[in-house]
Design a protein around this ligand. Structure first.
Ligand code: AHR
Length: 520
């Protein structure tokens, strides 16, 4: 046999052996109390993040107003606008990330030829020409029908700079900054609500101690005024990295509750910061480790919330997970500073389990931002010149958008184990909600790489007359979409279920995600 034929024969044999070795195990019953909802899942949990990093902004969102090859509206790719509107993107964080603490917003306004260039010191040392600035971003958010979330420069900026930015984008009347905005072609303010006060202040945002940042935060927040409060300004403090509980403790202790609306939290699923591994070629152990890191989000939220409960028992202050996702080595041959990585069914599993965790903690988690939207880290969209593809993560976020602004329903299940050698993880991840029309949506992920799970879903507190669903699955957990095969991984109608009265019995294939819609 010639080498190419030998390789495809081995690949086919592997898929065949995988399919005959797939076993089905019963995973018991998931009980959903359809009449017992209390908290609303904020749509802002389904937010995204766009940094001046690699090809996220330039080439990803923005191709320039004069581009005649790639269809665009005011320089923003129309394929991207359509895809993100389909996703119901609720908010978009910008301009960073680490970049935010090097960014001086006045460099990005006014006639483009007159805008100064800077060096993007965090990401590849490339020249940033500032052609995408405040107007371009906020107008793009209008096209996307998403709320902007501006991340302000605390690390190398000034209090005055931030106060001026707020006045520039939000002030209705006559003022130096509002007048400048009008001179630059925008009459009406954009009314930006979400403001981040620095980013990763413990690291790239200034390597500050928690105590030092808490004081700086108080100073910045004092001058963040919104004269009419028509934007309902929402101030988000730079929060902890993963399990840095001391950071949350100090911020909650030292910042008066009235001065802050949310604390951020960043958590990436990474195997080892020094040895991250390939995004698309990984083994069972690497898959298991990434899933363990992703599921750890539940404990992180619980523990940070417990600290917040001490100082804010009424949960007025939210936890905003404004950076999350899988982080691997960059694709071979690409700029290491651009963080461009592929996106497989493993990432679909990260997305499905993480979004279930956020939904289930929606009493405290009221916003989150996947890192990052296009061409960077766990992206929902990849682009290559005029080509664009939707990743498995995109499909999960779209299937899950039925939970946006819906009522969280209490769920109970006795989980079963996903075993890998001596280690175990819970195989299933579930959340459920009821929308305005009374439809119950149930999202279930089976993260087990080998076994199909049979599970019964019992709905209590509502009669069930109909059910339908969608499934995202694929033959191998390494499967992903490419520019040659953009639809290799995509959702399809879910048929492997039987309904009898209020009980639905379903088969969940290995590493699959199902979202059911159940009607009364
Ligand atoms: O998302 C990439 C980087 O990760 C961000 O710039 C930074 O905030 C984090 O460390």
């Amino acid at each position: 046999m010639r080498p190419a034929k030998t390789i495809s024969f081995i690949a086919l044999l592997f898929v065949f052996l995988q399919s005959i070795s797939a076993q089905s195990t019963s995973c018991g019953t998931i009980v959903i109390n359809a009449d017992q909802g209390r908290d609303t899942i904020s749509r802002h949990i389904y937010g995204h993040f766009s940094e001046h990093l690699g090809r996220c902004i330039y080439g990803g969102f923005y191709v320039g107003e004069d581009n005649k090859v790639i269809p665009n509206k005011n320089g923003v790719r129309t394929d991207v606008i359509e895809a993100l509107r389909e996703l119901k993107i609720p908010n978009l964080r910008w301009p960073g990330g680490c970049f935010a603490d090097t960014y001086h917003w006045k460099d990005g306004i006014g006639p483009k030829p007159e805008r100064p260039t800077i060096v993007n010191t965090w990401w590849g040392g490339v020249t940033e020409d500032n052609s995408f600035g405040t107007h371009e971003f906020l107008n793009m958010c209008e096209l996307l029908e998403a709320e902007p979330y501006l991340s302000a420069n605390v690390g190398s900026g000034t209090v005055q700079e931030l106060a001026d930015w707020i006045q520039y984008v939000n002030h209705e009347g006559i003022s130096p900054m509002a007048n400048l905005r009008k001179e630059n072609g925008r009459e009406k303010p954009w009314q930006v609500k979400f403001w981040g006060v620095g980013n990763e202040a413990w690291g790239c945002g200034g390597n500050m101690t928690a105590e030092y940042y808490a004081n700086i935060y108080r100073q910045y927040a004092t001058f963040m005024s919104d004269w009419t409060n028509s934007s309902g300004m929402y101030r988000i403090a730079s929060g902890a990295s993963s399990n840095d509980y001391n950071w949350t403790e100090v911020l909650m202790r030292d910042i008066p509750n009235r001065m802050v609306d949310a604390l951020a939290l960043h958590h990436y699923s990474v195997i080892d910061w020094n040895k991250k591994g390939s995004a698309s070629q990984f083994d069972e152990q690497q898959y298991f480790t990434i899933m363990k890191r992703a599921l750890n989000m539940d404990e992180l939220i619980q523990r940070h919330s417990t600290i917040m409960d001490k100082y804010d028992p009424e949960k007025k202050i939210a936890l905003v997970v404004d950076e999350w996702g899988g982080w691997y080595d960059v694709e071979p041959g690409t700029n290491p500073g651009f963080l461009y990585q592929q996106n497989t069914m493993r990432d679909a599993m990260i997305a499905a389990t993480t979004l279930n965790i956020f939904n289930n903690h929606c009493d405290r988690v009221r916003m989150a931002n996947l890192a990052q939207t296009i061409n960077v880290l766990q992206a929902v969209i990849l682009t290559n010149e005029e080509k664009m593809l939707l990743t498995p993560t995109y499909h999960v976020m779209k299937m899950y958008n039925v939970h946006q602004d819906a009522l969280l329903l209490p769920v109970s299940l006795v989980n079963c184990d996903y075993r890998s050698g001596e280690q175990t993880l819970p195989a299933l991840s579930v959340s459920a909600s009821k929308d305005n029309g009374g439809v119950v949506h149930i999202s279930i992920a089976n993260i087990d790489s080998k076994e199909t799970r049979t599970v019964s879903v019992e709905l209590r507190g509502m009669p069930v007359t109909a059910a339908e669903g969608q499934i995202l699955r694929s033959g191998s957990v390494q499967d992903h979409n490419t520019f040659d095969q953009p639809d290799k991984v995509k959702p399809s109608e879910f048929r492997q279920f039987k309904r009898s009265g209020n009980t639905i019995e379903l088969d969940l294939p290995p590493f699959s995600v199902v979202v059911l819609a159940v009607k009364s």
